[in-house]
Structures are given as structure tokens and as C-alpha cells.
Design a protein around this ligand. Structure first.
Ligand SMILES: C[S@@+](CC[C@H](N)C(=O)[O-])C[C@H]1O[C@@H](n2cnc3c(N)ncnc32)[C@H](O)[C@@H]1O
Length: 356
């Protein structure tokens, strides 16, 4: 069974992998037809399965349609149709006796450390749908369509909408989980000293780094409303983790040997990213370091997850995905330099950054 759900088709449309294993998609015409017909419904099917927590219900067993329908309070025939569609893409597996998890559907189980449940819920959310639906409008607009649709910026909106804030925070936590392993494989945190994760979200990432390095201490820093959520869930975090609320545009606390900016700079325009980097530089001591985890854009025509993530930034925020040269240019303006560039086993590249 393939672990690859979506292969981004290359520009020529012929040599690239198919969007999923669809025998119909053997010509460019049919390949595009399959993409147009199925990709967005595939996202919503996964979101529906995530919201209903079907993967949790199935767990390690084979569960009959009747039990699954009872537990999820769905109409059995409709649920069967959803699962049939998902199983055609390797998400759940149909048998005579019922349904089993596959490696892909098992990623939706909520209590596994690398769960993608939160990400699946966010990608089918109302905010994502409304913004993506306006992608063509975004191309002509100056500024994100999110602000026009919701009357305020994405992070201001989250500040006022606890439910949406929870969905987004858990999407980010989903993203963090696999990132911990990748970061530990790419970088030896042993000598990192005191750590500060800036724009940390709920703190899962730094907590995981502390779990693996018992001598380290760290602090997470995010907006006060996010830190209020962290306090409520403190028992899930490493006891050596502290937290602090604030605004990274106006002040980043000094006192750490290693600062982390993970998925933060890509949220912001060059001007705003530069402000954050300058605050970071101000907080760093001469021997300090900054670890930036981002997706670096690849060259023309290369299949690249970051090229689509960039469109999320375009519609939601003022940010963008950047190439190595673009990061280098920003860092120089903040009196910082790239010391090392490490490709992690996953999607991210780690820029190890030092004062110039
Ligand atoms: C894309 S998320 C990344 C979260 C986390 N670093 C991760 O990798 O999962 C960006 C984070 O920046 C935080 N943030 C946004 N504006 C901020 C500000 N002005 N000051 C501090 N944190 C902010 C958000 O609350 C959010 O948690």
C-alpha cells in the first residue's frame, strides 16, 4: 500500500506521478480531470473522517459498518460511501467484516504523538474554504483575502474566536509532532544551552526537544491568549518548560543561548519578518544562535509542497515561502548570517543562524 497520497504533477504533466492511483488518469486530460474532480473532495472526506474520529473508533481492530455507524451517529449507507471513497486512496481498508486502519488513516488517531488529526480538521475548516475559494481574487488584491472576508487579520481573528484558535493551535501541534523527530535527527541540541521558542504555539515542539535532552531547559513565547491555553494544558508538557506571553514585534526576551523560530517567518511580509529578526538579534548574545525551521522553495518546475503552502500564506496572511537566497538577504539586513543549512528528513530545512 502506498504511503504517498498526493504527488504534485510536474509541469509537463506526463512524467509526474498521478494524483492518486487512478487508472483513468493516464493522459494529461484525464489527469487534470481527476485532480479537478477529486482533490478538494478528498480533503473534505479526510476532514469528515477526522471530525467523526473514525480512526480512533477503529483503532487496532476491524470494526463493522454497524458499530462504526452507531458510534459516529452516521447513516450506515452514507458512511459506507465515505469509507469506500477514502479506501480507494489508501485511507482505511475495506474488508468483508468491516474496516481497518491503514498507515494513512492511522495518522488521524488523536492520541498518537505524531497525529495529523488537528491538521486534517483545519484544512477542511470554514476559514480555509472561504480563503481558498477567493484565490483568484487574492491575486489582484493588495493584502490577504482573509482580512477582507473576516474584517481583521488572521491572528487578530483567532484572538477573538476560541474555537477557531483551538482548531488552528491543534493543527500547528499536528505539524510540530513529526517535526520533533526531524529536528532531533538534524541537529544535536546537547550543547544548545537555554532555549527560547518564539511564536511557539502550544509548546509541543520545544517540550519534545526537552524530553529528548534531560539537561536542557526552555521557555516558549507566544501571544498572551495562546499562552493562556498553554497554562490550561501544562500537564501535557515537559516540566522543565516555562512560558511567557508577549508580542514578538515589540520585544523578544533576552537570556537564551538558542532561539527558535519555527514556521513563524513564513507568516509575515519581508518588512514584518525583518522586524521579528531584528528583535531576535537584539535579544541574542554574541555567541548565541538562532534556529530557523522553514520550508525552502525549490527551483522551477520541481514538485514542492512549499509552493502550495505559499498559496496558504497568500490568502491568509502577509507572508510567503522563501528560497535560501531570500532568507539570506533578510538575515543580512538583521545583522545575522547563515552558519549552516541542514535539510531535515521531513519537509523542513534548518537554518543555523549566528550574529554577523
Ligand atoms: C504558524 S504558527 C507556528 C507555531 C509553532 N512555532 C509551530 O511550529 O508549530 C505561528 C505562531 O506565531 C504566533 N504569533 C502570531 N503573532 C505573534 C506575535 N505578534 N507575537 C508572538 N507570537 C505570535 C501565533 O500565535 C502562532 O502560534
Amino acid at each position: 500500500m502506498s504511503d504517498t497520497l498526493v504527488n504534485f504533477p510536474a509541469a509537463n504533466g506526463l512524467s509526474a506521478g498521478q494524483p492518486f492511483s487512478d487508472p483513468m488518469a493516464s493522459t494529461p486530460r484525464n489527469q487534470l480531470l481527476a485532480l479537478l474532480g477529486m482533490q478538494s473532495l478528498l480533503v473534505h472526506s479526510v476532514t469528515a473522517a477526522a471530525r467523526l474520529k473514525l480512526a480512533d473508533m477503529i483503532g487496532e481492530q476491524t470494526l463493522s459498518l454497524t458499530s462504526l455507524a452507531q458510534q459516529s451517529q452516521c447513516q450506515p449507507e452514507s458512511l459506507r460511501r465515505l469509507l469506500r471513497a477514502l479506501a480507494s486512496c489508501g485511507i482505511f481498508f475495506e474488508t468483508e467484516a468491516g474496516y481497518r486502519n491503514t498507515p494513512l488513516s492511522a495518522m488521524l488517531v488523536t492520541d498518537r504523538p505524531d497525529s495529523l488529526h488537528g491538521w486534517a480538521c483545519f484544512m477542511g475548516s470554514e476559514q480555509v474554504n472561504r480563503c481558498f475559494e477567493q484565490l483568484d481574487v487574492a491575486l489582484a488584491e493588495d493584502g490577504p483575502v482573509f482580512d477582507k472576508l473576516y474584517g481583521q487579520s488572521f491572528f487578530d481573528y483567532l484572538g477573538q474566536q476560541p474555537e477557531a484558535r483551538g482548531v488552528f493551535a491543534s493543527a500547528m501541534t499536528s505539524y510540530s509532532a513529526s517535526g520533533i523527530e526531524d529536528a532531533l535527527a538534524a541537529f544535536d541540541f546537547n550543547q544548545a544551552g537555554k532555549l527560547f521558542d518564539i511564536g511557539s504555539g502550544l509548546g509541543k515542539f520545544l517540550s519534545g526537544i526537552l524530553d529528548a535532552n534531560p539537561q536542557l531547559e526552555g521557555t516558549i513565547f507566544d501571544l498572551p491568549e495562546v499562552i493562556a491555553e498553554v497554562e490550561k494544558q501544562a500537564d501535557r508538557l515537559n516540566p522543565r518548560l516555562a512560558w511567557q506571553g508577549g508580542n514578538f514585534f515589540s520585544h523578544i526576551p533576552a537570556g537564551a543561548d538558542t532561539y527558535i523560530l519555527r514556521h513563524v517567518l513564513h507568516d509575515w511580509s519581508d518588512e514584518q519578518a525583518l522586524l521579528i529578526l531584528r528583535q531576535c538579534r537584539k535579544a541574542m548574545h554574541a555567541d548565541g544562535q538562532l534556529l530557523i525551521f522553514e520550508h525552502l522553495l525549490t527551483g522551477r518546475n520541481q514538485p514542492d509542497y512549499a509552493k502550495f503552502l505559499d498559496l496558504v500564506m497568500l490568502t491568509f496572511l502577509t507572508g510567503r515561502e522563501r528560497s535560501e537566497a531570500e532568507y539570506q538577504c533578510l538575515l543580512e539586513q538583521a545583522d545575522l548570517r547563515i552558519d549552516r543549512l541542514i535539510k531535515t528528513p521531513g519537509f523542513h530545512t534548518l537554518l543555523v543562524v549566528k550574529p554577523r
